[in-house]
Design a protein around this ligand. Sequence first.
Ligand SMILES: C[S@@+](CC[C@H](N)C(=O)[O-])C[C@H]1O[C@@H](n2cnc3c(N)ncnc32)[C@H](O)[C@@H]1O
Length: 299
Amino acid sequence: MAREVLDLLDPSERGFYLDGTVGGGGHARAILDACADCRVLAVDRDPEALAEARETLAPYRSRVRFLAERFDRAPRDPEARDRGLDGALLDLGVSSHQLDADERGFTFRRGAPLDMRMGPGAKSDARTLLVEASEAELARIFRDYGEEPRARRLAREVVKRRSTERLSTSDDLVAALSVVLGRAPSVKEKARIFQALRIAVNEEMEALEAGLPAIRDVMNGGAVLVVIAYHSLEDRAVKNAFREWSRACVCPVESPVCTCRGEPLGETLTRKVMRPSDEEVARNPRARSARLRAWRRAA
Ligand SMILES: C[S@@+](CC[C@H](N)C(=O)[O-])C[C@H]1O[C@@H](n2cnc3c(N)ncnc32)[C@H](O)[C@@H]1O
């Protein structure tokens, strides 16, 4: 959704932009191409992604600064804090590079290790989570992050298996899912479960919930925040945050008079969520679940 991102960010000369999930650097390059003097703070928690972005963005070296960090910590960057951002982008989730590298363990392709850590900051890998989390916690992860209707049964099966067998590769998790379903799972069913684990391993919801207000607070007046989410839970968090920041009054309903700030912090620019075109999905099937929302800070 590169066109939509650029239209919304509308990068200006001498502007300073945050790409909080720079990945392979495609969006950052488009921002840098759109204006001769603007600069980008390119952030990714994955050192491999940053290495790839460094290559992609080599021709713009004087206008990019790289930061290996979670995006919710990017607002602590002295320049972002003191100068303020003129726009920010979060293109959430995993990159194709991460999905395609079997050894990183994001995939359910056969024999892949259960790792899924996006970077060194993750508390544990997927295998450790599966082995150490309580049955209730596993059920919550499969239900909330994977929207798996049989979350409790799958959690029970994992707990049963881990006492007698090794849980170390994608095959072991797929085997547990097959027992619960009573058949081989479809690609979609496997993808949901692997996505759920990945979100938990990398504390992706925590990073998003903390990152949205932290980034908002270092945005200059008129700056736009664009977020592309790939999961309904993420998208709901973005939608709710933007709605809350766009309200004039945030006093509790029982409050007789308004005692809050009384004016909105900004406005939501996407009244309806934006989805990729059929043409984009045909070109890049991984974009099919993308949902884009944007918000502008009041001047
Ligand atoms: C969908 S890809 C971004 C692709 C990028 N927009 C491009 O044009 O190539 C998502 C990237 O965000 C990174 N990421 C995900 N969550 C993050 C977080 N909380 N903080 C920093 N980086 C994160 C991942 O490591 C991955 O490289």
